[in-house]
Write a protein that binds this ligand. Structure first.
Ligand SMILES: NC(=O)c1ccc[n+]([C@@H]2O[C@H](COP(=O)([O-])OP(=O)(O)OC[C@H]3O[C@@H](n4cnc5c(N)ncnc54)[C@H](O)[C@@H]3O)[C@@H](O)[C@H]2O)c1
Ligand SMILES: O=C(O)[C@H]1O[C@@H](O)[C@H](O)[C@@H](O)[C@@H]1O
Length: 280
């Protein structure tokens, strides 16, 4: 199905960099947006507009005439609530409200495992477990999932909330379960757009890892079939890993370092994430 217009927020970001090209091929016009000054060379059919998610006046005109919004823009680490409020809470409201005013059919949202990060890993969690955020960052993901449910139930605007686990190079034992390869990310976003009816849906964003700690059974109607498996990295990662501390909350919970970090303090700093965004 080729759409008329798609909007991608967070287009300058790491995941955005892998989504721009495939999204540009799924529509006549892709409007990519971010707070960054530019995003490099543009793909055929792509236009870039700098805008701040926290400002309704900047976001609202971008959404006019769009079939769907792929909403990936956000602060992606734990920060004090006051800093999170604009981009991650108000930003989500701005996307849904602007979308509603312009008759946007669906939002595909980058939610996160951190909406449920305080569950112990001994629980194989489904998409229907109650929220259990590990940080203000996770709380903003919970807020946005509830916002999406409310706009579906009250205003019939659809959304798919992709609770991504770890879309980054595999550098630690946790990622052997939580890895989402960039190719599988694209597969997931593609089915979230292509599935004819989604209502309000939550799906975990994870590859076909032998050790995947979450259950996507309730989202199986999306037909997401991940192809990659982090087990290919297991031997090396486990040989190099320090002995796990069973009393550490971060080791025990789905949220990893986000689960053990004090509220408002950076968790990403300790995770060794490589900036391998795709260059254009
Ligand atoms: N990478 C992961 O493992 C992972 C896991 C779960 C969820 N997510 C979610 O996926 C999305 C993309 O993450 P990423 O890893 O590519 O991070 P990223 O930081 O590379 O990308 C996020 C982008 O959002 C933009 N942004 C921040 N504040 C903004 C504002 N006020 N207005 C407009 N744009 C703003 C940033 O400039 C950045 O380009 C985020 O919503 C994140 O929460 C990522
Ligand atoms: O838990 C994870 O691995 C990831 O969770 C995402 O929500 C964060 O944005 C990302 O920075 C983390 O690496």
């Amino acid at each position: 199905m080729k759409l008329k217009k798609l909007v991608l927020t967070g287009a300058a970001g790491r995941l955005g960099s892998y989504l721009r090209e495939p999204l540009s091929k799924m529509c006549d016009e892709l409007v990519s947006t971010d707070i960054a000054d530019d995003i490099g060379n543009l793909y055929d059919g792509e236009r870039y507009v700098k805008a701040d998610l926290a400002k309704f006046d900047e976001i609202e005109p971008l959404v006019e005439g769009a079939d769907m919004v792929v909403h990936f823009g956000a602060i992606v680490d734990e920060v004090p609530f006051e800093e999170m409020l604009g981009p991650n809470f108000i930003g989500s409201y701005n996307i849904w409200e602007a979308g509603h005013r312009h008759g946007v059919r669906r939002v595909v949202y980058a939610s996160s495992i951190h909406a449920v990060g305080m569950y112990p890993k001994t629980e194989f969690i489904g998409t229907d477990v109650p929220h259990r955020p590990d940080t203000f960052y996770g709380l903003a993901k919970c807020f946005t999932e509830d916002l999406g449910r409310m706009y579906w139930e009250k205003r019939q605007m659809e959304s798919v909330h992709l609770r991504i686990l770890s879309a980054a190079q595999v550098t630690n034992p946790r990622a052997l379960g939580s890895w989402l390869s960039y190719d599988d990310l694209v597969r997931l976003v593609r089915v979230a757009i292509d599935t004819p009816v989604v209502g309000f849906t939550i799906a975990y964003g994870v590859s076909a890892n032998d050790r995947a700690p979450v259950d996507n059974a309730l989202a199986s109607f999306l037909g997401y079939r991940p192809q990659d498996n982090a087990e290919q990295f297991a031997e090396q990662i486990l040989a190099e890993a320090p002995q796990a501390d069973p009393t550490d909350i971060g080791t025990m919970c789905h949220g990893g370092p986000f689960a053990s970090i004090p509220l408002g303090q950076s968790a990403v700093g300790s995770m060794g994430i490589v900036d391998d965004r795709k260059k254009t």
